[in-house]
Design a protein around this ligand. Structure first.
Ligand code: WT7
Length: 662
């Protein structure tokens, strides 16, 4: 880590909001004293606490022999050793002979809104069981990797649960990623099958998913089958199908030789459940591995307590299932609780910026979970949109993905929260499986911009560079000292966990370092400040600057590139890239467009640079290292304060860049 960013401490926010009596009454944890007692017990008798939770919240075919084995120096952690269970059994079979059998498991709201589908627990069970048999028929076995590249349609959840039922490891790739990104991920985990749809509809845009898959699998010899779900027919849309490789979902699932019941596989607690790729500060995205027992328990319990989920609640998480938020808080957390979860295919601004609120009214949403970037973009559209709808069903609001600025928090509180609903600002990551730091509604007073307190069983701390604890409001590196059931088990293909060790356990040996800085105030509340590494957070999505740079230099006109983040009103961070072109190339506007497009093609639209500046050279130290701190300050417009430039090999480069600043 070359230079620290995001370590400035901002402390002028002093407002505190205490939960009202209605919130307290419905809450699982009803007071701060109760939280404190629970928290104390959860860390003092960590294993006892998690054992009790595992007993009460999950169904085990066979109980575990030992709760936990771990060593954060190696590092590894294993939970509920030798316990046997099945995720799809826990999310479905448990409920089909109970009062929940006719309860809505998934409510699906289509992109256009005039079509919706509800799958009861019984129906979802039926579809998943049949689909699991389809997987088997096409040769998928326990441990095989199955890639899922789909729009937000119910088949996506059915595919995940179908994999879980037979012990296949799914890896969902967000539909906004390019064909090339999909290819990289398929190759990394050696997937045997890709499940996709003919296309995806998001707002007014169409994503040619199947065509992207075709392009990707051409160079992926491990892929034997492609299953294709048909999205509503668009006039004239033709899907090319390769015989013996490609099969339609609807043909397969209704086939006569498919039985309706599929026996759930008895999975070991530590058997992999899924791989989800995420960006880091170096190289290609890594395949974060989550396993069965610990992950399921952690998402189930955090979902229940943080969203105060009760029998008649309807939960709406606006994320895409292509991200961990969707895995944990659209699919596994809610379904494992027998809750009703809403899946939304579209985008917040289509057909207009009232869409979320319309959905809230239509289904009577009680818990609503979104990202600060969505709040900021809707805030810009004014208050008239939500005033048209009845939001009185709402009871808990949540945010995730990036720090929320107090203005956006207050807007959310006032306009959506009607000045009385608790807002849970939840801090976590792909690697943590579920939420680690958050207020618990009913128990913990909230502050605009603070993620507040550790969830029971979580032991965070803030350390200074030298590894000593930071004092109140001092700021430093966030670390987690003990394992929790949802922690990353490894990255795919690295059985010795070298990468995990290097990325998360080497800055402070023996502790998990997530890559964020934070401070704790004098009340013990956590304020997350942001990433300290070369990962930027665009609209709550993680992009490694190294990935963007390597995408740029893969273009024949580019000689060198540097990518940095800059503060962006809506996205949180925007992407600013500096590019030097090869000697014989002229830096034209047309080339600029081409390069931006090139990044979209290599990675996907989410990595599309907001600003691209041509430079004749990049600021480097004498040893050839790019000084990103300088570029970050330029991108921010903070040119007064470029810091020490004396170690630069060629200080004039900076003057040149300043002249061309965007
Ligand atoms: C990074 C993880 C967790 C699901 C979505 C993103 C940032 C996440 C918060 C929050 C401040 C946050 C962190 C983290 N982040 N939640 N409430 N406040 N920052 O998952 O793609 O794995 O990204 O998002 O920087 O490290 P992810």
């Amino acid at each position: 880590m070359e230079e620290m960013k995001n370590i400035e401490v901002l402390m002028d926010e002093k407002r505190v909001f205490s939960p009202g009596p209605d919130v307290v009454e419905r809450a699982y944890i009803k007071s701060f004293a109760e939280y404190e007692e629970l928290y104390k017990r959860s860390v003092e008798d960590n294993e006892g606490f998690w054992a009790e939770m595992a007993e009460n919240n999950l169904h085990w075919f066979k109980k575990w022999d030992k709760v936990l084995e771990y060593d954060f120096h190696k590092p590894y952690s294993k939970w509920f050793i030798n316990g046997k269970l099945n995720v799809s059994y826990n999310c479905l079979d448990r409920f089909i002979n109970s009062d929940k059998r006719n309860k809505a498991a998934i409510i699906w709201e289509s992109n256009y809104g005039y079509i919706s589908r509800t799958l009861t627990y019984r129906q979802l069970y039926h579809e998943v069981s049949r689909f699991a048999n389809v997987l088997k028929k096409h040769g998928i076995k326990k441990g095989d990797r199955v890639m899922i590249y789909m729009p937000m349609i119910p088949e996506l959840s059915i595919a995940m649960l179908g994999c879980a039922r037979i012990g296949a490891i799914h890896s969902v790739v967000f539909g906004g990623f390019s064909s090339q990104s999909l290819k990289d991920r398929i190759q990394d985990c050696g997937a045997k099958m890709v499940i996709t749809a003919d296309y995806g509809a998001r707002g007014r845009k169409f994503v040619p998913l199947k065509a992207n898959v075709d392009e990707a699998v051409e160079v992926c010899p491990t892929v034997e089958r492609v299953l294709v779900a048909k999205v509503q027919t668009v006039t004239g849309y033709r899907t090319a199908m390769t015989p013996d490789r490609d099969f339609w979902w609807h043909d397969e699932i209704t086939a006569d030789d498919i039985e309706s019941y599929c026996e759930p596989e008895w999975m070991d607690s530590e058997d992999p459940l899924f791989i989800l790729y995420t960006s880091g500060s170096t190289g290609k995205p890594k395949g974060v591995l989550h396993t069965t027992g610990g992950y399921l328990l952690y998402t189930a319990l955090t979902f229940k307590w943080i969203f105060n989920n009760k029998e008649d609640d309807i939960h709406f998480c606006t994320a895409d299932i292509g991200w961990i938020t969707g895995h944990s808080y659209i699919v596994y957390g809610p379904l494992c609780n027998g809750a009703t979860t809403v899946m939304f295919e579209g985008i917040p601004t289509f057909p207009n910026p009232g869409r979320f609120w319309k959905i809230v009214e239509k289904y009577g949403i009680t818990s609503f979970y979104t990202a600060p970037t969505a709040i900021r973009s809707l805030m810009r559209e004014g208050e008239s949109w939500m005033k048209k709808y009845d939001l009185s069903s709402l009871r808990v609001l949540g945010t995730v993905g990036e720090p929320i600025n107090p203005e956006a928090w207050m807007w959310y509180h006032k306009n959506i929260g009607q000045e009385k609903l608790p807002i849970v600002d939840t801090w976590w990551q792909t690697e943590t499986g579920g939420i680690l730091i958050t207020p618990l509604p009913g128990a913990i007073p909230t502050k605009p911009g603070s993620a507040c307190k550790p969830f029971p069983g979580i032991s965070p701390a803030i350390l200074k560079e030298d590894g000593t604890p930071a004092g109140p409001d001092e700021g430093g590196y966030l670390v987690i000292k003990k394992p929790w059931p949802g922690i990353i088990r490894g990255t795919y293909g690295d059985s010795e966990n070298k990468r995990v060790k290097e990325v998360y356990f080497s800055k402070f040996p023996g502790m998990y370092f997530p890559g964020d800085s934070a401070r704790v105030d004098s009340d013990g509340d956590f304020w997350i400040m942001g990433r300290v590494d070369d990962v930027i957070n665009i609209s709550g999505h993680r992009i490694g600057t190294a990935e963007v740079e390597s995408a740029l230099v893969s273009h024949p006109s580019v000689s060198e590139a540097a990518a940095v983040g800059f503060p962006h009103d809506i996205k949180g961070e925007g992407l600013y890239v500096f590019v030097t072109v090869k000697g014989d190339v002229s830096p034209t506007d047309a080339l600029k467009k081409e390069l931006i497009n090139h990044v979209r093609e290599v990675i996907g639209a989410i990595a599309s640079p907001d600003k691209l500046q041509f430079a004749s050279g990049l600021p480097k130290t004498r040893s050839g290292k790019i000084m990103r701190r300088i570029l970050r300050n330029i991108a921010k417009g903070d040119v007064e304060n470029l810091g020490d430039t004396t170690t630069l090999a060629d200080p004039f480069v900076v003057d040149e860049i300043l002249k061309g600043m965007l």
